[in-house]
Design a protein around this ligand. Structure first.
Ligand SMILES: Cc1cc2nc3c(=O)[nH]c(=O)nc-3n(C[C@H](O)[C@H](O)[C@H](O)COP(=O)(O)OP(=O)(O)OC[C@H]3O[C@@H](n4cnc5c(N)ncnc54)[C@H](O)[C@@H]3O)c2cc1C
Length: 287
């Protein structure tokens, strides 16, 4: 296991902000993941697990302890019948494409969602007509000492929430159950979703996706837009002019600029609608 000191987190997160991680490693297999977890335990280092960092805001002071990245060097996937088996470092996008390649329907919604399968499972990622939760057959997880399985009845999930958010486990693998479908229809649906995404979302600018969770009965983007906050800027952080539900880094944002903008939007929405907007992005690191 190769431990790197003072790793610059801004280089591997989609928002491109934040300070360094004290220690960083990128395991290739389950034993290496467990080695990392054991090392952190022995040295009393706090542990942070990340995927591709597409849903993260790392604070300017950075992350104390060890960051374990589960990404491209832990990415294998296969298909058997209607079952996909994939390790958690696979790109969620690639799993969607793999499914389409085998005429399997159910994962069309995942096309265009950046990040890893592990991150998607942790977040119960979803879009349009789908989310990963209902497709899970089982999940393999690891801790420093154990490797275990949650079957589909014990993987609890709801909107942008999963059991993994409550338990200190590393998601290492999943079986995803799909259905046989018509390949042309699958590709057509994926194309439709991609076109919609590119038309509505600021794909060419650094962001971490939707900033806030959707409160029941409301759409966050239009709500923020109606309060004239599109383009509102603090330092280098800006409410996207394309989609008000996204905050973008215009180039030189600090994490604090983004935190200040989040707080400002929350305050404005609270005053106007009495609603508390809860961040969907995960804010990590020393405050
Ligand atoms: C342009 C853009 C569009 C987006 N669109 C969508 C969308 O339509 N729908 C949607 O749901 N999300 C969307 N997102 C958000 C993001 O892509 C998803 O949340 C994604 O699933 C995060 O995966 P990741 O690997 O980047 O996870 P990270 O951002 O690295 O981590 C996210 C959380 O998952 C945890 N985690 C990651 N991997 C593991 C693991 N192996 N084991 C345990 N915990 C783990 C981390 O601790 C962290 O709390 C978008 C983001 C961007 C930038």
């Amino acid at each position: 296991m190769n431990l790197i000191k003072n790793f610059p987190m801004k280089q591997i997160t989609s928002l491109g902000v934040g300070g360094p991680a004290d220690y960083f490693c990128k395991p290739k297999n389950i034993p290496e993941i467990q080695q990392g977890l054991q090392y952190a335990q022995e040295h009393e280092l706090p542990i942070t697990i990340i995927g591709y960092g597409t849903n993260l805001l790392v604070t300017d002071k950075g992350i104390r302890g060890l960051v374990i990245q589960i990404a491209d060097n832990f990415a294998q996937a296969g298909v058997e019948g209607t079952l996909i088996t994939a390790t958690s470092g696979c790109l969620f996008n690639s799993i969607s494409r793999l499914a389409a390649c085998h005429s399997l329907t159910g994962l069309e919604f995942a096309i265009g969602i950046p990040g890893s399968l592990g991150g998607a499972i942790y977040m119960n990622a979803g879009a349009y007509d789908g989310e990963i939760g209902p497709l899970i057959e089982n999940i393999t997880w690891a801790t420093a000492e154990d490797v275990g399985i949650w079957d589909k009845n014990s993987y609890i999930y709801s909107y942008r929430y999963s059991r993994a958010q409550e338990e200190p486990v590393v998601i290492v693998k999943a079986h995803i159950r799909l259905e046989k479908g018509d390949q042309k229809t699958i590709y057509a649906k994926m194309k439709e979703f991609q076109t919609k995404r590119h038309a509505r979302q600021p794909f060419d600018q650094p962001s971490a996706g939707s900033t806030f969770k959707r409160p029941e009965g409301y759409y966050v983007g239009p709500m923020i837009e109606k309060l004239n906050l599109k383009g509102y800027t603090i330092g280098g952080a800006q409410v996207s002019k394309k989609h008000a539900g996204f905050i973008i880094n215009t180039g030189n944002a600090t994490a604090q600029d983004i935190l200040d903008l989040i707080a400002f939007i929350q305050k404005t929405v609270k005053e106007a609608h009495g609603i508390h907007l809860e961040p969907e992005i995960k804010i990590i690191g020393e405050r």
